[in-house]
Design a protein around this ligand. Structure first.
Ligand code: ATP
Length: 242
């Protein structure tokens, strides 16, 4: 689903990404950890077309060369990104937020008054159910808890039906119960899609129970199960032991 090979990106001579190689399989969830400045955000920026690498290969779904496309094109190809801070439409209900996301480029007015097909209505029901927001469907996003807003935004990504979801620090600021619920939600999503999740919260990463990649100085320092990576002396030295 995602293939990075020998990717390098410098800013003013500083290599934020340095010969980075990473492969994420179709239907795989991967957790990315690493200290501040390791290059996690820059990697996500490269995958989504926000930043162009200086060199290296970046392929999606086998043969789509992501370095040849811009952000909008990459989003429409099926790569969804969730930033750390939720960016939902606060004044709209949960249902309307989901409808708007599903419609993509349709104008807000047309999206809200557009007659749903049965299939679209079913998809919205499924997303409400998956994100545990069915009971809150008519509530304005502004009135949700922080955790619920994050789930709504994940739901908004799902409404665009991406094959690959990139999720940046989803549980920052969440309660323990919300963190647990988020792990359940991402695991469910990863049954049918690929997911890359960047996270500092090791308790949460353990709940995901997936292969972990630790980045450091723009490259892969260690990769494997969380137990393997967290026993790696180099990971302890630069990250976990701090
Ligand atoms: N546009 C830019 N111009 C200059 N330097 C940049 C730019 N973007 C990132 N960097 C530098 O590249 C390095 C990697 O940054 P990046 O944000 O990718 O790290 P990160 O792993 O996401 O860190 P964090 O965990 O703090 O979010 C940092 O040293 C950062 O200062």
């Amino acid at each position: 689903m995602l293939y990075l090979d020998g990717v390098t990106k410098s800013f003013d001579g500083f290599k934020a990404i340095n010969n980075l190689s990473l492969v994420v399989q179709r239907g795989e969830m991967r957790a990315i950890i690493g200290p501040n400045g390791a290059g996690k955000t820059t990697m996500m920026d490269i995958i989504t077309g926000k930043t162009r690498p200086d060199s290296g290969d970046v392929f999606f779904a086998g043969d789509v060369d992501l370095t040849q496309h811009d952000e909008a094109a990459i989003a429409s190809m099926g790569i969804g990104r969730k930033f750390q801070k939720p960016t939902v439409f606060e004044g709209l209900t949960i249902e309307d937020n989901l409808r708007l996301s599903m419609d993509g480029s349709r104008s807000i007015f047309r999206a809200l008054f557009h007659r749903r097909t049965a299939a679209e209505a079913d998809t919205i029901e499924d997303i409400l159910d998956e994100t545990r927001l069915t009971q809150k469907r008519t509530v304005r996003a502004a009135d949700l808890s922080h955790g619920q807003k994050q789930w709504l935004e994940i739901g908004m990504l799902l409404a665009q039906d991406p094959e690959l979801l990139l999720v940046d620090e989803p549980v920052a600021g969440m309660t323990d119960a919300e963190t647990e619920e988020t792990a359940r939600l991402l695991r469910k999503i990863a049954e049918t899609r690929s997911v890359v999740v960047v996270e500092h919260d090791m308790h949460f990463v353990r709940m995901l129970d997936v292969k972990v990649t630790c980045l450091h100085e723009g490259t892969v320092l260690s990769e494997g199960t969380l137990d393997h990576v967290s026993k790696d002396e180099r990971v302890i030295e630069v990250y976990l032991g701090r």
